[in-house]
Design a binder for this molecule. Structure first.
Ligand SMILES: [Zn+2]
Length: 443
């Protein structure tokens, strides 16, 4: 038992309750009492000082000032003392690829498909799931597994069954792209059965069949590639994908980085635009008019830029990079001005970036969002995009007890979220970095 888990009777003394006898733990689900020095109300963007969370089994029973919650919580309950931390809801990343560990070399993707079995890819995913959880991200929306077939379904189910540690997952499985318009590129046409990074389709029949197959094999959402440098899937192809997915209560996420690709995807009725980096104003106005989400994935861009700037670049390359960055800034500025709904997604696809998901929040703040808004992108907004706003995203009664603790004040210093000290998922402590010698309790 960690040394910070105190007996509830100490709390009774603090709260001035006279009757501090130990009592038999009552029957029912295990209870926990979390003391929070500061608790972040993400809706209001303000703190509640000296707060507490009473947890029963995997759900929150009550949240509020400690004096109020202590009066209702059962006696004999375990106490986790996070008095010195800022406590907030577990974070949500809406654009992960947990099965992706490709390095930066030009042939990495192709070699990955050629040399790694789907079983190995699933185990890589398990390692990435663990580091993501320990970084404070208790839920992810995994938007395609980059050629590992249904390894993401296996990982999601293994996490659910407690076989491996990781975030709650929604998985897109294989994704759908136009024939010849997604990774890996450059494979010999003689290798007819070489694995592909997405399920390649041509025409509405193949498009709707792909959706049915993927949902049949466990997809929680469908991912489409609306473009890849140029528009690829047609509006008609995406429209049948959306119809088929919505019929089965699944949302559709569209990769789109060209104005035309974004407009095609929005016209077809998708539920979110991923990246949107090449968006013009009209495209963002269309996103706003449909009330769908933008997941701008800017953190991974900053990582990419950092690497490029450290290497040799020609003047022309530098000019193109600056242009690209200006376009992204414009995208975020216009999206904010129009009040487009945004959610956080880091888009890690290499071993080195897995678990650095909080960089997305840093990138959003760098581009003008307030820390409170950036945090909403990774909590309540993200929960809405997942359709899980009834169970995640805020610390309220009835929600899952997904709780993290950080040092300092993330409302003034978003970087605090890059050093999460405490992670609880569904009422179970997964990391408590403040305990000497114990880095985490995940397997
Ligand atoms: Zn991605």
């Amino acid at each position: 038992m960690p040394r910070r888990v105190l007996c509830y009777c100490l709390l009774c003394v603090v709260a001035g309750l006279a009757n501090a006898q130990h009592e038999e733990q009552r029957q029912g689900p295990a209870s926990l009492f979390v003391k929070a020095g500061k608790l972040l109300d993400v809706r209001k963007g303000t703190y509640v000082n000296n707060a507490a969370i009473w947890i029963e089994a995997e759900r929150i029973k009550e949240v509020g000032p400690i004096s109020q919650v202590v009066a209702h919580a059962p006696r004999g309950v375990e106490v986790i003392d996070l008095s010195r931390l800022t406590v907030m809801p577990g974070l949500i990343d809406c654009h992960t690829h947990l099965m992706a560990r490709f390095d930066d070399t030009p042939d990495a993707y192709l070699l990955g498909l050629a040399t790694k079995s789907e079983a190995f890819r699933a185990l890589e995913g398990a390692a990435d799931a663990r580091v993501t959880l320990l970084a404070g991200f208790t839920t992810v929306r995994d938007v395609e597994n980059e050629g590992s077939m249904y390894a993401d379904v296996a990982l999601r189910d293994a996490i659910q069954q407690g076989l491996v540690d990781g975030p709650r997952m929604q998985v897109a499985t294989r994704a759908i792209a136009a024939v010849g318009q997604y990774n890996p590129f450059g494979v010999s046409p003689d290798l007819t059965n070489f694995p592909t990074g997405a399920q390649m389709v041509s025409g509405v029949e193949e498009a709707s069949r792909a959706v049915r197959e993927q949902i049949g094999h466990g997809a929680d959402l469908i991912k489409v590639y609306a473009d890849w440098q140029h528009p690829t899937l047609t509006v008609d192809e995406m429209r049948v994908i959306v119809e088929e997915a919505h019929k089965q209560k699944r949302k559709v996420a569209a990769h789109a980085t060209t104005p035309e690709g974004i407009k095609n995807a929005v016209t077809a009725g998708v539920d979110s635009i991923e990246h949107g980096h090449g968006a013009d104003r009209q495209a963002i106005e269309m996103i706003k008019a449909k009330g769908i989400f933008l997941v701008p994935t800017v953190g991974v861009v900053d990582e990419f830029v950092l690497k490029r700037k450290n290497g040799a670049m020609s003047l022309e390359e530098r000019r193109r990079l600056e242009q690209f960055l200006l376009g992204i800034q414009e995208e975020i500025t216009v999206a904010r001005e129009l009040g487009v709904k945004m959610a956080s997604g880091f888009d890690a696809s290499s071993a080195g970036l897995q678990g650095k998901n909080a960089e997305e929040l840093v990138g959003l703040v760098k581009r003008g969002l307030s820390p409170a808004d950036a945090i909403r992108c990774a909590t309540m907004n993200a929960a809405e995009l997942l359709g899980w706003e009834d169970r995640l995203g805020v610390l309220e009664a009835g929600k899952y007890a997904d709780v993290i603790g950080v040092e300092g004040d993330p409302l003034t210093n978003i970087i605090a979220l890059q050093h999460v000290q405490f992670v609880m998922k569904g009422g179970k402590v997964k990391k408590d970095a403040s305990i000497e010698g114990v880095r985490d309790r995940a397997r």
